[in-house]
Ligand binder design. Sequence first.
Ligand SMILES: [Zn+2]
Length: 307
Amino acid sequence: MHYGIDVGGTKTEIAIYDRDWLCLDRWRAPTPANDGEAFLTMLADMVQEADRRLGSRGTLGLGFPGVLDDQGHLVTANLPGLRPFVLETALTAHLDRAFVIENDSRCFVVSETGPGGAAEGVTEAFGAILGTGAGGGAIVAGRLLKGAGRFAGEWGHLPLPATVAKRHDLPLLPCGCGLEACLETYIAGPGLVKLHRHFGGVSASAEQWHQAWLAGENAAQQTHACHLELLGGALANVVKLLSPQVIVVGGGLSTMEGLVAALPTAIAGHLFPGVEVPDVVRSRLGDASGVRGAAMLGAEVSTNVRV
Ligand SMILES: [Zn+2]
């Protein structure tokens, strides 16, 4: 059996899978985001509870938001309580078995290229999550691309395409990562609101923007067109770098009407002649993809090694 844990800023989920990746059980608990010790104890309790329910010991993979810095500390705004800990060392002290940890966006693409995923069996794929942020991960030659610093796939922190920025006279906004004009600031959910303010001059929620767009309101149409151009430029950069066969899009914005279907044309607008646009598909496993991908990575190891 295989356990996956998906750590979020407010909720943490554990799921138990059999060898065919059928989910046998899953449950959630509130994340004690400001209390690292309580958080680590909660993880240990979750794993023990899974053993108890199963009457066995499963392999373990954990998906986290954020990235590890060069000291092994987790860098994320969502879990301030964990900041003092060297994450892998702290987990080793609390968990009674080998485990794998990985960024949750990388877990997403592992799951979507696995059995039943939107890109099942594809050996060159990119997974792009568009929700409150813009995360991602790549499968290269059938394996998750980790990179020396373990942050390969962070397409959301590529810079704004200059051509699109100039065409729409976009402001260079600060990003939470400390850089300026990262794509995430414009293309993720909160970015849509910022774009709408830029074009319409008024503040509106994402839902208000959506209603205005459906009603054909001018600033909302401009927002939509610019957003699509930015996404096309961003994913075209991914295509130039990795040449994936399939791009899988997940996260809240992936359910926006027509978005995924419009992406191949938007990407093509930023590629030079002769470069083939990959297939762009929507996530098949939805919100369950992260926890399943974590479990899949955990199943690959029998010793406590870094991935
Ligand atoms: Zn950034």
